[in-house]
Design a binder for this molecule. Structure first.
Ligand SMILES: [Zn+2]
Length: 244
C-alpha cells in the first residue's frame, strides 16, 4: 500500500518535472532555399512544409486548395514578400502575427532592382536576397527570433541551431569570396536579373540580363544588345537557367 503510494507520488513528480511536449509549430516556407534555412533552425523540434517543391518557380505559381488550407492553419509562414510570392498577399492579408515577410525585415537591407548598377526597370524591391550568404545570416536570425517568440519552450534549441548555421554561412561567404576573387572583374550575362545582391557582395561585374522577370520574354533590342557584348568580347561567360 505504502510502496504503491510512493510510486504514485514519484510518477506525479516525474510528470510535473517534464514540460508538456507540445506539438511543434506548424511552419510553412515558400521556396527551397528558405525551407533549408528554416529546417536547420527547427532541427530537433519539427519540420517546416515546403510550399514550392522542386522546379516550381515562385515567379509563376498559383495556390492549390490544399495549399490555401495549409497556409490558413500555419502558425508561421516564412516568405520573401509580395514582389516574389504575389500569390500569398491575399491569403496572408491581416495575418501579421502568423507571417514573416523577409523583405520587410530591416536587417535584410532589401534593395531595388538595379541597385548593383544594372539597368533595373523600376519593378520595385529585388527579392533574390537568399543568394547573398550575409543576408542569409540575417534570415536565420529573423527566423530564430520569430520561432522563439511563437514557441518559447524550444527557444534554446532554435538559438543553438541558428548559431551553428550562422558559423557555416560565414564560412561559405569566405569560401565564395576566395573562389570568385580571381574572376571578379570578368563581365558576365545571366538569363534573369537574380544576381544583384550576389554581385554586390563579391564585387562581380554583371553586364546584363535577358529579363528582369523570367516569365517575360526578352525584347529584340535586349537580345541584340547582349549578343553584341558577346561578339565584341566584352562578355566571355553567359549563365543559362534551364528551369525557365
Ligand atoms: Zn528570380
Amino acid at each position: 500500500m505504502r510502496l504503491s503510494s510512493i510510486c504514485a507520488a514519484i510518477a506525479v513528480m516525474a510528470i510535473a518535472a517534464t514540460p508538456a511536449k507540445a506539438d511543434p509549430p506548424r511552419v510553412v516556407a515558400t521556396i527551397a532555399p528558405l525551407h533549408s534555412l528554416v529546417a536547420s533552425v527547427m532541427a530537433g523540434v519539427g519540420e517546416p512544409y515546403l510550399l514550392l517543391p522542386g522546379p516550381l518557380s515562385p515567379h509563376d505559381f498559383a495556390l492549390a486548395p490544399s495549399d490555401v488550407r495549409r497556409i490558413a492553419g500555419a502558425d508561421l509562414v516564412v516568405w520573401i514578400g509580395a514582389p516574389l510570392e504575389s500569390f500569398l498577399v491575399k491569403p496572408l492579408d491581416g495575418a501579421a502575427e502568423r507571417q514573416l515577410a523577409l523583405l520587410d525585415v530591416p536587417a535584410l537591407d532589401a534593395l531595388p532592382f538595379g541597385a548593383s548598377g544594372q539597368d533595373g526597370d523600376g519593378a520595385g524591391l529585388d527579392p533574390h536576397i537568399w543568394l547573398d550568404p550575409v543576408r542569409a545570416i540575417a534570415i536565420v536570425t529573423a527566423v530564430q527570433e520569430r520561432l522563439s517568440q511563437i514557441d518559447p519552450d524550444n527557444a534554446a534549441t532554435y538559438r543553438a541551431n541558428a548559431a551553428a548555421l550562422i558559423v557555416r554561412l560565414a564560412r561559405l561567404d569566405e569560401a565564395i569570396r576566395a573562389r570568385l576573387q580571381p574572376v571578379a572583374s570578368e563581365p558576365f550575362i545571366a538569363f534573369h536579373d537574380a544576381y544583384g545582391y550576389f554581385s554586390r557582395r563579391y564585387g562581380l561585374q554583371p553586364a546584363g540580363y535577358f529579363a528582369s522577370d523570367p516569365q517575360r520574354r526578352p525584347g529584340a533590342r535586349t537580345i541584340a544588345r547582349l549578343a553584341a557584348l558577346v561578339r565584341d568580347g566584352t562578355v566571355s561567360c553567359a549563365f543559362a537557367e534551364p528551369q525557365f
